[in-house]
Design a protein around this ligand. Structure first.
Ligand SMILES: [Zn+2]
Ligand SMILES: [Zn+2]
Length: 346
């Protein structure tokens, strides 16, 4: 079968992955599940993996098939698999967990001590078939198309995970700020809108992203190029600042906004990444705000997001591409030329 694989780290996105002919995966454990991939979302993280940014954090055996946002139809299951069978449409949580370590037993599946991460530490879904396990798949409700929902496996669940944390601390009258209304941000905005009564402010450089934000529930949109973001947020919040900030960009310029826009006791969630945080420690003491890290989300959070999708609360804006176009997609994303999410259809 064809698979888009990374052989060598590079900063040149035009030749990041190569389309190789590889063997179809085989089930080696009794809980194995093979999924025919119908949609695999392309993520900024794929660009970062190609650049080698994850090498120092996780083991990466190269060559490796990338693709961690996968959905499709089950084509084969191991002997002990009971919850799904051949022909079942599923979305694949990117992390294959063990179920027996202490974090797994606590439900903190992202902290599994024996995990494999599709397309990051093991072969992913930019291929015709993906090998995963029973603990990672979620059966899709009738009427939910695997190709359309695929990016929720990471983009969606990551945005949902941060939004759920934020919503716990948002009361009516509070303000939440979404920085970056791209692949993740446009989902995070809808999750906040569905789950909280807070005022929602969306910040994005692109006009198309700001109008999308308006359609998806933002009460205010700000253009950081022509507007003074801290001043505008001060006006919107009567000088209190935003209780929760969801930073889907994570660049030096956006993390630097935290001391000026985050309310006392509030949180600046880091979801996008690539930049640094360079704030004086005194700024955090003075405002008693926190920077909060976010990595994907629990298995059960993906179930909750699928429920929101089924209810019609979260729409995903996607554009489809063929497997052979992966490098073109990587370049387009680098130049901010993709609205919503790119989905590869292997
Ligand atoms: Zn991703
Ligand atoms: Zn585990």
């Amino acid at each position: 079968m064809d698979a888009a694989r990374l052989h060598e780290y590079t900063h040149d996105m035009s030749e990041g992955l190569s389309i190789d002919s590889v063997d179809r995966p085989e089930i080696t454990k009794s809980d194995g599940v093979i999924v025919e991939v119908e949609g695999a979302g392309w993520c900024q993280t794929d660009n970062h993996i190609i650049e080698g940014m994850w090498e120092q954090y996780v083991p990466q055996p190269l060559p490796m098939t990338l693709g961690h946002e996968n959905a499709g139809t089950v084509v084969e299951v191991g002997d002990e698999v009971e919850t799904v069978s051949e022909g079942q449409p599923v979305i694949c949580h990117p992390v294959q967990t063990c179920g027996t370590c202490r974090p797994c037993r606590q439900g903190e599946t992202m902290y599994c001590e024996n995990d494999k991460f599709n397309g990051l530490t093991t072969d992913g879904g930019f291929a015709e078939e993906l090998l995963t396990n029973e603990r990672a798949v979620i059966a899709l409700p009738n009427g939910v198309d695997p190709t359309d929902i695929a990016p929720h496996a990471d983009a969606g669940i990551t945005a949902y995970h941060a939004a759920k944390k934020a919503v716990r601390k948002l009361s009516p009258g509070d303000t939440a700020v979404v920085i970056g209304v791209g692949g993740l941000g446009h989902i995070g905005l809808q999750c906040l809108d569905a789950m909280s009564a807070a005022k929602l402010v969306a910040v994005d450089l692109k006009e198309s992203a700001r109008s999308l934000a308006e359609e998806l529930g933002a009460d205010y949109t700000l253009d950081p190029e022509s507007q003074d973001v801290p001043e505008e947020i001060e006006g919107i919040t009567d000088g209190r600042g935003a209780t929760q900030v969801l930073d889907f960009v994570g660049a030096d310029q956006t993390t630097a906004l935290a001391p000026e826009i985050t309310a006392a006791g509030g949180d600046h969630h880091i979801i996008g990444y690539g930049g640094h945080i360079h704030e004086p420690s005194q700024a955090l003491v003075n405002g008693e705000f926190s920077f909060v890290g976010n990595i994907v989300g629990r298995y059960t959070e993906l179930q909750e997001l699928v429920a929101l999708v089924e209810q019609g609360d979260v729409d995903l804006h996607t554009t489809r591409f063929e497997l052979g176009q992966v490098n073109e997609v990587a370049e387009k994303l680098e130049h901010r030329e993709i609205d919503g999410r790119a989905v590869i259809t292997p």
